[in-house]
Design a protein around this ligand. Sequence first.
Ligand SMILES: Nc1nc2c(ncn2[C@@H]2O[C@H](COP(=O)(O)OP(=O)(O)OP(=O)(O)O)[C@@H](O)[C@H]2O)c(=O)[nH]1
Length: 470
Amino acid sequence: MAAPVAVAAARAVSRVARVAAAGPLLLGPARLLESCAPRAVPLPARCSGSSSALGSILGIPAEKPAGALGQHPPPVATSKEEQDRLLCDQPDQPQNPKVLRIAIIGAPNAGKSTLSNQLLGRKVFPVSKKVHTTRCKAQGVVTYEDTQLIILDTPGLTSPFKAKRHKLDEAMLTDPWDSMKRADLVLVLVDVSDHWTRNCLSEEVLKCLSQFPQIPSVLVLNKVDLVKKKFILLELVTELTEGIVNGKKLEVKSAFKHNSSSSAKSLQIIQASPPERRAPESHCLQETAQAPEGSRLDNSSDTRASESSLVTEAAQGPKHYGPGDLKNMKGWPYFQEIFMLAALHGEEVDTLKRYLLMQAKPGPWEFHSGVLTSQSPQEICDNIIREKILEYLPLEVPYGVIQVTEMWEEGPSGELLIVQNLLVPRKSHMMMLIGRGGNVISRIAQEAGQDLMNAFLCEVRLKLKVEMKS
Ligand SMILES: Nc1nc2c(ncn2[C@@H]2O[C@H](COP(=O)(O)OP(=O)(O)OP(=O)(O)O)[C@@H](O)[C@H]2O)c(=O)[nH]1
């Protein structure tokens, strides 16, 4: 028996006005799409990723103020037919198109989807505190002037053992690898707030990097907002890069430095050239920080010789690593840049985006500029509702919920009407999902409805029903 038990609906109109700044309200999605021209603001001058990102995190003013990247991402099409048509459309190639395919890899929960959404300027990938929110690879598209960034959001890298334990699909193991095969550049995301995992790259990440040594890689330290003592970030950089970035040795120094106002220690990161061709203008950033005594991370004379050979090796590009070598490695000495950011708050995301735009190479666009994601509207909707279920239900409960869309149609005023059934295997799960007086399911419907409006840029009426699986 599958009797409807609870129904929650969300209908929110007022906030659409704030979201849909690029066009009049309640136009058909096609009209809205026209009014959101994706190419508008000129690209600012090149800036170095590591210097500007690091400088800002450390409170050092950038040499040149970084111009904001005007964002007018197109909305997602509200029907599968429209989305399919957009995906099949010939890309509207500019005169000199450039393209960059970016794989974002990292441990589950590192913030890959959060970062992808921020780069896209619109939320189309689900995000939650629970691991394995992203279940399969999906593409996001940023079109900016003559450049297209194709972002390959992937499930968190996991081992076959963990996949079996969490009953994950085979795709969760293979998708990150598939994305790597297509990528021109890989972003390795590390959650610096996770004390257990932040000091070294996981074996899966190292395996991925070493299998594709020809793909340039960039280290991205995420969630820096959660790290109070910023000097830790510099130590992490040293560990995660084995002290080498872009073929150059990093020196991180911490020493007492007396100034008139405080006796704070000085922390220094120096990116120096390999010894044999040391550049006179080595890149140097300084910060006064409360560093622990004796956390001096620059070279001692004993290790200098072996490090210099490591630097020379790194400058020559990745060598072939066997599984035994990877077990002994903590970091990757072939990153070409480092970024530190807080994806959740959009902090320093523009700096990374500018850098990615600069990395794009001449080549035809893959998508029409009206495309924001390769996912179908229904997939986005399912994922967003699932994200809320993951957020509000404890432990394994969300993983047993089956979502069945009963209705998806355009209402008389152009609004999107969606009815979805949530089928649960147990009565106890049903009670949890409904919540006292229906408060849980109402909240899920309300929040998911709001996210969908932000994605589709039109009014959405979402109704959720909870039923027992028959
Ligand atoms: N404080 C803070 N939280 C963040 C930041 N970036 C992401 N998060 C949070 O981290 C959690 C995981 O983010 P996701 O984007 O879902 O992570 P993911 O790597 O895609 O996760 P999987 O799909 O499990 O692989 C969410 O609760 C985010 O809100 C950040 O910069 N700062």
